[in-house]
Design a protein around this ligand. Sequence first.
Ligand code: BG6
Length: 468
Amino acid sequence: YNELKPFPKDFLWGASTSAYQVEGASEEDGKGKSVIDMMDHPEDTAGFTVASDHYHRFKEDIRLFHELGLKGYRFSIAWTRIFPEGTGEINEKGLQHYEELIDELIKYGIEPIVTLYHFDLPYALEEKGGWGNREVIDAFVEYARILFNRFGKKVNYWLTINEQNTLILHPGAVGVPKGGKLPTKTSLYQQNHHMLVAQGKVMELCHEMCPHSQIGPALNMTSMYQATSKPEDAIAAHNWETIRGWSFLDLAVHGKYNNLLWSYLENRGWQPEILEGDLEAIGKGHPDFIAINYYSTATISESTGDASDVSPRAGDQQIMLGEPGVYRAEENPYVDKTKYGWVIDPVGLRLTLRKVYERYNLPIMITENGIGAPDVLNDDGSVRDDYRIDFIQAHLKQIQWALTDGVEVFGYFPWAALDVVSTHQGYAKRYGFIYVNRGEFDVKDLKRIKKDSFYWYQKVIESNGKDG
Ligand code: BG6
């Protein structure tokens, strides 16, 4: 191309968080316990109970988001604040809290982008079998109905389930139940099926109750490269891409079990029980857009069929692990890594966007993308996170390439608006534009400090992506 297309003029420049990672106040105002509150997190003590104290400081935070220039803020609602037991009695204080948060955003002209469910299932439901129990489908639909009813007029964009593929492929990444074991693959794929039915029903309900709103799934989408031109590597890479990505989106968008996934499940005896009406419910879900969380790419070769396939050669990132007999993850010599071992691959974002758009032809919102780093607060009050600027800058450039390729991308929500507790690596691994003054165990004064990336992203937004 001679010239890159500019960002569309109404592009949604945003940033993301999720309830349990940012709110704290985990036992306040009637909130019930979620699976996150009940899991073993090795680093965590005050981690999720205080988090970034956004529950109490959201007004101050939104003022900073306004100063940053955000056009949208993606956050999740904690199911346990609305239904402490997952179902049954409604906790009005929970609804009031999110109403205040949404109103505050709207006051500043910031679009609220609401995730219904981001990893934090009510523990009361978990005790009854969690997503493995079909009753959770109705509980989720009822929870969504309450939210659509209360906030439907104010919220234009809803996200159903955050990273359903991570929940199913890597349940351990989100935490291990205290003293508990991880679920079997059979039960995970049954959970997956129930989530899909629930998601289909909720999308249909959203269209009925909030005709002006849009709703979509938010999966972790990661492109892959085959390690060599060996034909068997190409098959393994295709296995990887389908089992970990396409199969989830095929169900969410077309309501169909992907043939390769189904054969893989059947072959292992892992296929879910499907009751009459389930596929119809999944198929009625029609998303209006696709949201993707993008962090990095994988490089895949033929499986050697032994345990070495699953050794974490690609650093800490569990997503990169292989599966014996199916695919093997390799190092990619052409890309860098973060301090936490995650592959940095901006070009992979362009590729992912092209593939997702070509396959589903729906507009795309990028709901997560970012770099986790042990940021340092200097004595002069500065946080010099030039690596974050470099990371986001390089990814924005690739979004522009994708736009130029003809892909419809309408929003970018880097992870994270402010520092949050990482899902499985504590507080020292930071992602935000705003530094939160607390340590891993010492919550200090939780003061908000603008990082260098804050001032940089502010300019990007102000110039609609021209400066930066
Ligand atoms: C995504 C999740 O998978 O990755 C977030 O949706 C999470 O909740 C983010 O925080 C980064 O992962 P981590 O483990 O570094 O916090």
